[in-house]
Design a protein around this ligand. Structure first.
Ligand code: IMP
Length: 421
């Protein structure tokens, strides 16, 4: 049995939650392999909007188990709030959810450090979600982190105090005001809640299930262009958001990876700082933002909007080994007379199909192809052959340019609002 992977190919917010929710019945286990509460995956349950930050998007299904994998960083207070939100929907969350003991803990002082580091960056700030993600992963690689399994050990409090003291010493160097006490209270309440959860060795948990023939879907958070290794560094998150992150974020061997389902919007958005070559600073960008409701699910910040960027997508498809593509929010472009797609960057006067190293220093101009819009409501379409010819032409063009089959088109937030490609 193999592990299928579903991940974002842009700068996050591609609409992964809905697609995981749709595909979930084909799987026994849904596992998050990286990131933490910086993610915001939006689902709809009996007409109610549900935004998940840590909990995998399979949680709404009876016979699926959900794992928060070892590559994740977990905020106990935030997870507790999420557990309570899901439990309020009469979902037996504690039965369906497992947490890898090797996932790292976001401490209250990690959140404060995130704020202090960002403030110190001034105009070069990353636009972090300020959830403590970067400082927690930094402590992990510096071998100073605390892990979920540690909360069950006798010396947890001692180790917590040692980490806190170290962080407070660092904070002395910053002119940054903070109030630790309420964060600590919420943290320790969250730790009590975590102690009631099913804490497991994530690698054995998954590999034993694979051996029994169970099917696993690895659910990505953020997007490929925010990957710590391959994204638009330093404007990235601190984890491996790509397919390789599945192996080290879950303890899955590379040959176990099966389908890699890449998700892209029909256009492109980015929240936070950093280069965005196809960004629109005009009324067209504003129109996409309003029609697409492009405001962050975690922070509420307006997202930057632009046309689809094919050099960036080709790069993401290459890095991840994408085997099928899902195009989301296609309906948002339905009223546009024409649609553009960035097909190459102009670097040193020449068209280049590749993403340059110094994208953050020198934003290249983009060469576009303009296409006719479909200008019709897609809500009754369920197969690509039902859709207007202009949309079919757009899809054929993308498939040709990207050399990957588009298997699904999302045309609305609800589960059934999908077109089979
Ligand atoms: P951090 O992961 O909170 O440190 O944020 C680093 C960068 O990644 C910032 O530009 C954030 O806006 C962005 N980011 C983090 N998580 C998400 C996400 O789930 N969707 C979109 N952008 C994200």
């Amino acid at each position: 049995m193999t592990v299928d992977v579903l991940l974002g190919l842009q700068w996050g917010d591609e609409g992964k939650g809905k697609i995981v929710d749709y595909l979930a019945p084909n799987y026994d286990v849904i596992a998050r392999f990286q990131g933490g509460p910086n993610a915001g995956h939006t689902l709809y349950y009996e007409g109610q909007k549900l935004v998940l930050h840590h909990i995998p998007s399979g949680i709404l299904y009876d016979n699926i188990v959900n794992l928060l994998g070892n590559g994740m960083v977990i905020d106990p207070a935030g997870l507790q709030a999420e557990i309570e939100k899901v439990a309020a929907l009469a979902i037996p969350i504690l039965e369906r959810m497992f947490i890898a003991q090797k996932a790292h803990l976001i401490l209250p002082t990690h959140k404060i450090l995130d704020g202090a580091y960002e403030a110190a960056k001034g105009k070069n700030k990353i636009g972090s979600t300020l959830r403590g993600i970067g400082p927690t992963y930094s402590d992990k690689t510096a071998r100073n982190g605390l892990r979920i399994g540690d909360i069950l050990m006798d010396d947890f409090q001692v180790r917590y105090e040692a980490a806190k003291t170290k962080h407070l010493r660092i904070l002395e160097q910053y002119d940054y005001e903070f109030d630790l006490a309420p964060l600590e209270t919420a943290f320790f309440e969250g730790i009590e809640c975590l102690r009631k959860c099913q804490i497991v060795d994530g690698a054995y948990f998954l590999n034993e299930r694979l051996t029994k023939g169970q099917k696993i879907l690895a659910e990505g958070a953020q997007g490929t262009l925010l990957d710590i290794n391959f994204g638009t560094y330093p404007y990235v998150t601190s984890s491996s958001t790509t397919t390789s992150g599945v192996c080290n974020g879950l303890g899955i061997a590379p040959q176990r990876i099966g389908e890699v389902i890449g998700i892209s919007k029909a256009y492109c958005t980015r929240v936070g700082g950093g280069p965005f070559p196809t960004e629109l600073h005009d009324e067209v960008g504003e129109r996409i933002r309003q029609l697409g409701g492009e405001f962050g699910a975690t922070t509420g910040r307006p997202r930057r909007c632009g046309w689809i960027d094919l050099p960036a997508l080709r790069y993401a498809i290459m890095i991840n080994g994408v085997t099928q593509l899902v195009l989301t929010k296609v309906d948002i472009l339905s009223s546009f007379e024409t649609i553009q797609a960035g097909i190459a960057y102009e670097i040193d006067g020449k068209a280049s199909p590749n993403m340059p190293y110094d994208l953050d220093r020198q934003l290249p101009s983009v060469l576009y192809k303009e296409m006719e819009g479909w200008q019709s409501d897609l809500s009754s379409c369920r197969a690509l052959t039902d859709t207007p010819q202009a949309l079919q032409n757009y899809i054929e063009f993308l498939e040709r340019e990207l050399q990957v089959k588009i298997t699904l088109l999302s045309i609305g937030p609800n589960r059934e609002e999908l077109i089979i490609g």
